[in-house]
Design a protein around this ligand. Structure first.
Ligand code: CDP
Length: 223
């Protein structure tokens, strides 16, 4: 595989995109980025700075702050650094999950990250997962995949993940968050979640991550 290859994985919340993106990154020795973690990082920042007043976002304050925001995704550990602080755990908190789709629907936020993501791919290629990667960020990606899975399966997986992280949440809360995020992500005006026409669709409901991985490698090798 030559350098500067871009592999895009889009799809619904908690379908296994980041896990598989990481596996592909290792297999092909290409850097990986979980683009959702950057949207989560901006959401955390807005929360910590008090930009939400009674749950209403002060967009002007966020807009002014964006320029000074330093987000770094550590490819080795998959960790996210916000102005040098490791926020990998904090960005998974429910207060972030509850607001991230509203932040991600803002055109100014998407523009801000679009340039960063494109820049990251320019040196060594990229395996990247998100919602609009194959449609908007890298419409010319070499390989495009779109992950789906049954809602209950996704909620169960995410619930187990959060429990393992020590988070105090319920299955219903997780399920509701996935429903709301999918709805906002699919219906927003800027870069909505949708399958690119030339993406391979994979339903991961009944597959282990090894089975999905084998499927991806087969599709990549066959192209
Ligand atoms: O929970 P999950 O890992 O599936 O989601 P995520 O990848 O952490 O993304 C969190 C949120 O960021 C999504 O629900 C979207 O609102 C937003 N997002 C986006 O709008 N575009 C992307 N390319 C990636 C994430």
């Amino acid at each position: 595989m030559n350098s500067r290859i871009v592999i895009a994985i889009d799809g619904y919340a908690s379908t296994g995109k980041s896990t598989l993106a990481k596996m592909l990154s290792r297999q092909y020795q290409i850097p990986f980025i979980d683009s959702g973690s950057l949207y989560r990082g901006i959401t955390l920042y807005a929360l910590e700075k008090g930009f939400f007043k009674d749950d209403k976002l002060d967009q002007e304050a966020l807009s002014e702050a964006l320029g000074g925001l330093n987000l770094r995704f550590d490819n080795e550990t998959g960790g996210l650094y916000l102005n040098a602080e490791n926020v990998s755990q904090k960005i998974r908190l429910p207060q972030v999950s509850d607001r991230v789709s509203n932040i991600a629907a803002l055109t100014m936020v998407r523009e801000f990250l679009l340039h960063q993501l494109r820049h990251m791919a320019s040196e060594n290629g990229l395996v990247i997962d998100g919602r609009d990667i194959g449609t908007v960020v890298f419409p010319n990606a070499d390989y495009k995949f779109f992950f789906t899975a049954r809602l209950e399966v996704r909620a169960r997986r995410r619930y187990e993940e959060l429990k393992a992280l020590g988070q105090n949440t319920t299955f219903e809360e997780v399920l509701n968050n996935l429903i709301v995020r999918d709805q906002i992500d699919s219906s927003r005006e800027t870069a909505p979640l949708r399958k690119a026409d030339d993406a391979f669709e994979i339903d991961t409901s009944k597959l282990t991550k090894e089975q999905v991985f084998a499927d991806l490698l087969e599709k990549i090798d066959a192209k």
